[in-house]
Design a protein. Structure first.
Ligand code: GLV
Length: 388
């Protein structure tokens, strides 16, 4: 068993274990990858304020997200094709999250279906919805999520059209993977991954195949998926979906203070400040840089969460200090999943919790709920160098 000291160690192992096309799918941003890199780098510009001689004997990382107690301010973000990173990947991640006490979000574009995860996970999970042109299919998805007792609907707003990721184009990425000679040779060098995949029936987009009209095989699936993200999605439709769902409602993909106010007006219980991990609008600001203005813009009207660039517990503390109530992690847990399956997701969560806990202690904070701007040092121009 390799020694895992940090999330980067999981990433190193992940790279060895998973076929290149899926590693590349995860570990990239769109176009020049500027925003993808900025998400991580901008955290490094913020420094932590060391405080001493404070009682730090009774620390806790627990908090709440939309009224539910969580073991730390972290949820697992929706990940497309997650079940290609490890066999039954969504089920493994959902189980790890439930055991740890943090929420798991299932993507519309998952490999394991809503029903697969509901049958295998001990706790309710959140369902992430992409609005598709096929309204009957979207209605049915919402109904399936309700039947599966999903405890929140996470509506993604920043993918009405797909930003190009060059590596996917070059790798000819598909789910299941196309069995070209280079792909087969690559898979032969990842025996654990290959045997896992051979041992599961879950190797395609199971929320879609057999559910969407006229999609019963793979060729039909790729034709369907390419044209399905709905470019007409607007705030009126967001409100209609909220009314249709009626339960806890989270809007993901907000990067602008004006949009954040509109998301609060639309009745979101929480918004996720997100640029889709730098996978959509390349050239957009990093999430940590826009967070303070968004937090100021919405105040207490909705919970503000952040994803993008979180690789350490220090990053979580910084996000909370700059105005987020909680965070979501994507790649940090996918590295663990690809490296070691369910145990790897647990490991990623343990690493982040331990780093958060020790960082809190060294900043003199006992309780994650008390993290605030007084615990960080932010460069004076951190927010102010850009003007519309
Ligand atoms: C899908 O959400 C992706 O970013 O690939």
């Amino acid at each position: 068993m390799p020694v895992i000291a940090c999330i980067d160690d999981l990433k190193t192992l992940y790279r060895r274990k998973v076929p290149k096309m899926f590693y590349d799918y995860c570990e990239q941003g769109s176009y020049s990858e500027q925003t993808f890199h900025d998400n991580v780098q901008d955290f490094r510009q913020i420094r932590l304020r060391q405080r001493v001689a404070r009682d730090i004997s009774l620390r806790t990382t627990d908090t709440t997200m939309i009224g539910t107690k969580v073991a730390m301010p972290v949820a697992l973000a929706p990940i497309g094709s997650c079940g290609m990173q490890a066999a039954d990947g969504e089920i493994k991640a959902a189980r790890a999250a439930a055991a740890f006490g943090v929420p798991f979000t299932l993507s519309t574009m998952s490999v394991c279906s809503i029903e697969d995860v509901a049958a295998a996970s001990p706790d309710p999970f959140w369902f992430q919805l992409y609005v598709m042109r096929d309204e009957d299919f979207v209605d049915a998805l919402i109904e399936r999520a309700r039947k599966a007792r999903c405890s929140a609907l996470v509506l993604t707003l920043d993918l009405q059209i797909l930003g190009q990721r060059h590596k996917d184009v070059r790798n000819g990425l598909s789910t299941p993977p196309r069995l070209t000679l280079p792909n087969m040779i690559d898979m032969a060098f990842r025996p654990e991954w290959s045997f896992g995949m051979l041992g599961t029936p879950r190797r395609t987009f199971r929320n879609i195949v057999g559910h969407a009209r006229n999609v019963s095989n793979l060729e039909q699936l790729s034709t369907w998926a390419n044209g399905q993200f709905d470019p007409k999605l607007d705030w009126a439709k967001v409100v209609r979906i909220r009314d249709q769902w009626q339960g806890k409602f989270i809007l993901k993909g907000v990067l602008d203070a004006e949009d954040a106010r509109m998301a609060a007006d639309a009745g979101a219980d929480a918004i996720v400040v997100s640029n889709h991990g730098g996978r959509q609008l390349d050239g957009a600001l990093s999430t940590i840089r826009v967070l303070p203005q968004i937090a100021r813009a919405v105040g207490d009207r909705t919970e503000v969460w952040l994803d993008g660039g979180i690789r350490t517990g220090q990053d979580i503390l910084k996000a909370l200090a700059l105005g987020a109530k909680s965070t979501l992690i994507g790649r940090s847990y996918v590295y663990g999943l690809g490296a070691m399956g369910q145990a790897g997701v647990t490991k990623a969560l343990e690493v982040l919790q331990s780093e958060l806990d020790i960082t809190m202690a060294l900043c003199g904070v006992q309780n994650a709920r008390d993290i605030g701007p007084e615990h960080v040092l932010v460069p004076q121009d951190f927010e102010g160098r850009w003007r519309t």
